[in-house]
Design a protein around this ligand. Structure first.
Ligand code: ADP
Ligand code: 5GP
Length: 190
C-alpha cells in the first residue's frame, strides 16, 4: 500500500480545522495526524484527540530525542510538532495521513513525502474576514489574536509554494472543491 499524505496549512482562523472535520466525515480512508503541542487545551479539546498536550519540558525532551518529523515554535513560547510515531501509526493502518500544520510545517512535510503528498493552502477571503473569524471563534485572548494576525501576513505570501490553494469564503463550496481535488489525488495514486 502506497503512503499518501494530505496536508492543510493556513493562517490561524482560515478554517482548516472546520474543512478537515467535514472531509473526515466523508472519507473513511482518512486518519488525522495528532500533533504534539506545548500549549494548554482549549475548552472542549481532549488529549490524544485534538493534540497530545505536553509540558514545555516534555516537548523539549522529545525534540532532544529526535522524535519529531518536524516541529516549530509557531508562536513565541508555544511549540507544535508532528511525531514520527504518528506516521507509523497511520501507515500501519493503511490510511491516508491528514495534517493540520502551520505553513512552515506544511512545506517541510511536503518536502519529506514529495509526490506522495498533496499540499493544500486554505486562503481566507481577506485579512479582515480572518480577524472576524478568529474573534468570533472566541477561543483566543486579545494578545493571542494579535500574534496570530501578525504571523498571517507572512504566511499568506507562502501560498504559491503549495500544490493547490482553496479560498474558504463559502464553506460548502470550499469543502466541495477540496473533496474533488482530493478524490483526483487519491484516484491517481491507486
Ligand atoms: P483554523 O483551524 O484554520 O484556525 P477554524 O476551522 O477554527 O480555523 O475556523 C475559524 C472560525 O471560522 C471558526 O469559528 C469557524 O467556525 C469559522 N469558519 C470556518 N470557515 C468558515 C466560513 N467559510 N465562513 C464563515 N465562518 C467560517
Ligand atoms: P492552534 O493553536 O490554533 O490549534 O494551532 C496553531 C497553529 O499551529 C496552526 O496553524 C496549526 O496548523 C499549527 N500546528 C498544529 N500542529 C502542528 C504541527 O504538528 N506542526 C506544525 N509545524 N504546526 C502545527
Amino acid at each position: 500500500m502506497q503512503r499518501r499524505a494530505i496536508l492543510f496549512s493556513a493562517p490561524s482562523g482560515s478554517g482548516k480545522t472546520t474543512i478537515i472535520k467535514r472531509l473526515m466525515e466523508y472519507f473513511d480512508c482518512f486518519e488525522f495526524s495528532i500533533s504534539a503541542t506545548s500549549r494548554k487545551p482549549r475548552q472542549g479539546e481532549a488529549d490524544g484527540v485534538d493534540y497530545y498536550f505536553l509540558t514545555p519540558e516534555s516537548f523539549e525532551e522529545k525534540v532532544r530525542q529526535s522524535l519529531f518529523l518536524e516541529w516549530e515554535e509557531v508562536y513565541a513560547g508555544t511549540c507544535y510538532g508532528t511525531l514520527k510515531s504518528e506516521i507509523d501509526r497511520i501507515c500501519g493502518m493503511g490510511k491516508v495521513m491528514i495534517f493540520d500544520v502551520d505553513v512552515n510545517g506544511g512545506l517541510n512535510i511536503k518536502k519529506f513525502f514529495g509526490d506522495d503528498a498533496l499540499a493544500i493552502f486554505v486562503m481566507p477571503p481577506s485579512i479582515e474576514v480572518l480577524e472576524q473569524r478568529l474573534r468570533s471563534r472566541g477561543t483566543e485572548s486579545e494578545e493571542s489574536i494579535l500574534k496570530r494576525l501578525s504571523r498571517s501576513r507572512k504566511e499568506l505570501d507562502e501560498s504559491p509554494k503549495f500544490d493547490v490553494t482553496i479560498v474558504n469564503d463559502d464553506l460548502d463550496k470550499a469543502v466541495e472543491e477540496t473533496r474533488r481535488i482530493i478524490e483526483n489525488f487519491i484516484g491517481n495514486k491507486q
